[in-house]
Design a protein around this ligand. Structure first.
Ligand code: PEP
Ligand code: MG
Length: 540
């Protein structure tokens, strides 16, 4: 029995794996170096190889898009862009035409130059770029030298892949369904191969070299803790198998629910929306197969800024979100400032009762200078997809009348300025008892409802949502709240509009069936919960 060896590194991608190690060593390849006589002809040889490499990256892009979606496939678009980078190309050109180096030498020189430059910075993103430039340059050099194109690791049974570094294309070209986990000496959490592994649900441990280990030996990797165990004993294997069985490593299983209809066994269906706070969350929401973005907490985008966002700042962020979800509807909630959500740039006066104070729609109706630019930006972003706006903390029909006037004013301004825009649906949050109780009247004026159970609970139960000492008095399934939800759905449907829940209660799976029975049209939850909730609903 071999001694247990434990190596501690860093977590790259979470999850656990137990299996046999496959140590991947690339054949060392040394590109020939020589001085050329006909530099023009050599440059032409380089150009031809460069164009062929770009073409081969296109086919790896297509493979990856099938496997892991276009977001992950963009790694190869980025590599292709490197082969079109002016600085990189001009260095190679000088190497060939002025210094008369052969093309392989010229490329390897340029590759080393950029690799050293990127790795010398403290910026993790640039460090990740270093391995990409090396990867793409090596592809080019091998093509130039007619060397074996190095198709990467090959194995016939599931393995834990260990290497100094694995490139994204090697991962894609290997049979990823047989890769249980990855151990790499190099690379960071920002490396493209790690991002790709994450999206495929493969655990990764970084910063661990395994010089003494051999292919075929038993190993365990703990991607959460960044640990590798070689020659694990039965107890360790049992422990990790248990963790795996318990479903902690279930991401890949959840992927099976991508593209599936959210429907109970007896055919009742509901839509699943995502709650987001940043443009990058929209990408996550799309990857998790949301039906729409049900709530964009727009104030989160600008929290840390020193100055208030301009119309252009709003527009840029909203356009990015709308484009990220590729035509799916996006609900932008207008600023819900005050109380628990403050903008650094917007100094608000002290209030004794901020949750009952100048917050959300009250602030926007009082200070149009923060409201109008946001409305204009949402109307403009609607040119790039399906956008809607939603207003928080509504308590009366008068507020809706005033909002409509301001939206019309914003549309007029855009018309005068000649900026293209589209009219959008205008929905409201039902998150005060007042709004729930007059939801029949509000439903006649709004295009849709979204129930904010966090605030509805706070205001109905008179419990400050930020005060943790009140937890024993907090009753999330309180009948008063449930009755209001039921009443809101009935009134919305009577008026022919749809209702979503976008508060935390939407994620409470013990209530999912109740909400479906009530006739709820959609639940809006954090992106990472969508597939879990879909699986739950499909099991009902
Ligand atoms: C809510 O109140 O339930 C809600 C979704 O809004 P927020 O949590 O942003 O106040
Ligand atoms: Mg709220």
């Amino acid at each position: 029995m071999d001694d247990i060896i434990i190596r501690k590194g860093r977590s790259g991608s979470p999850g656990y794996a137990v299996g046999k190690l496959y140590i991947y060593k690339r054949d060392p390849y040394h590109a020939p170096r020589k001085t050329v006589q006909d530099a023009e002809a050599e440059y032409l040889r380089f150009e031809n190889a460069r164009i062929s490499t770009i073409k081969s990256l296109e086919s790896v892009y297509n493979m990856t898009r099938e496997l892991a979606g276009s977001k992950n496939a963009d790694i190869f678009t980025a590599q292709s862009m490197m082969l079109q980078d002016e600085d990189y190309l001009s260095l190679i050109k000088t190497n060939i035409l002025d210094e008369r180096k052969n093309a392989e030498w010229a490329v390897s020189d340029a590759s080393r130059h950029y690799y050293d430059f990127f790795t010398s910075t403290d910026d993790e993103v640039l460090k990740a770029k270093a391995v990409d430039i090396k990867d793409v340059s090596n592809k080019l050099i091998r093509l130039l030298s007619d060397a074996d194109q190095n198709n990467g690791p090959e194995f016939s049974e599931p393995v834990i892949l260990a290497a100094g570094y694995i490139s994204p294309s090697e991962l894609v070209q290997a049979d990823e369904s047989r890769i249980k986990g990855i151990v790499m000496r190099e690379g960071s959490a920002y490396s493209h191969v790690v991002i790709l592994a994450k999206s495929l649900g493969i655990p990764v441990v970084l910063g661990v070299g395994l010089p003494a280990a051999q292919s075929g030996c038993e190993a365990v990797i703990d991607g959460n803790d960044g640990k590798v165990i070689i020659h694990p004993d039965d107890e360790t294997v049992g422990h990790y198998r248990h963790l795996i069985d318990e479903g902690i490593n279930e991401r890949s299983r959840l992927r099976e629910y991508i593209g599936k209809k959210t429907q109970t066994q007896d055919g009742r269906s509901i839509e699943l929306f995502a709650n987001i706070g940043m443009p990058s969350d929209a990408v996550k929401a799309e990857e998790n197969d949301c039906d729409a973005i049900g709530l964009t907490r727009t104030e989160f985008i600008f929290t840390d800024r020193d100055n208030l966002p301009s119309e252009e700042d709003h527009f840029k962020a909203y356009k990015e979100i709308v484009e990220a979800v590729k035509g799916k509807p996006v609900v932008f909630r207008t600023f819900d400032l005050g109380a628990d959500k403050k903008l650094k740039a917007y100094g608000q006066v002290h209030e004794d009762n901020p949750a009952l104070g100048m917050r959300a729609i009250r602030l926007c109706l009082t200070d149009k200078s923060i409201f109008i630019p946001q409305i204009k930006a949402i109307l403009r972003a609607a040119m790039y997809g399906e956008a809607a706006m939603m207003f928080p903390m509504i308590t009366s029909t008068n507020e809706l009348v005033r909002i409509r006037e301001i939206v019309a004013e914003a549309e007029e301004e855009l018309g005068r300025e000649g900026k293209p825009y589209r009219k959008v649906k205008q929905g409201i949050m039902i998150e005060t008892p007042a709004a729930a109780l007059i939801s029949d009247e509000l439903a006649e004026m709004a295009d849709f409802f979204s129930i904010g159970t966090n605030d509805l609970m706070q205001y109905t139960l008179a419990i400050d949502r930020l005060n943790s000492s009140l937890a024993p008095f907090y009753t999330p399934h309180h009948r008063a709240v449930m009755k209001m939800i039921e009443m809101t759905i009935a009134n919305a449907h009577k008026a022919g509009i749809k209702v979503t829940i976008c508060g935390e209660l939407a994620s409470d799976m013990s209530l999912t069936e109740t909400f479906i029975d009530m006739g709820m049209d959609a639940l809006s939850v954090p992106p990472g919960l969508i597939l879990k909730l879909r699986r739950h609903i499909c099991s009902l």
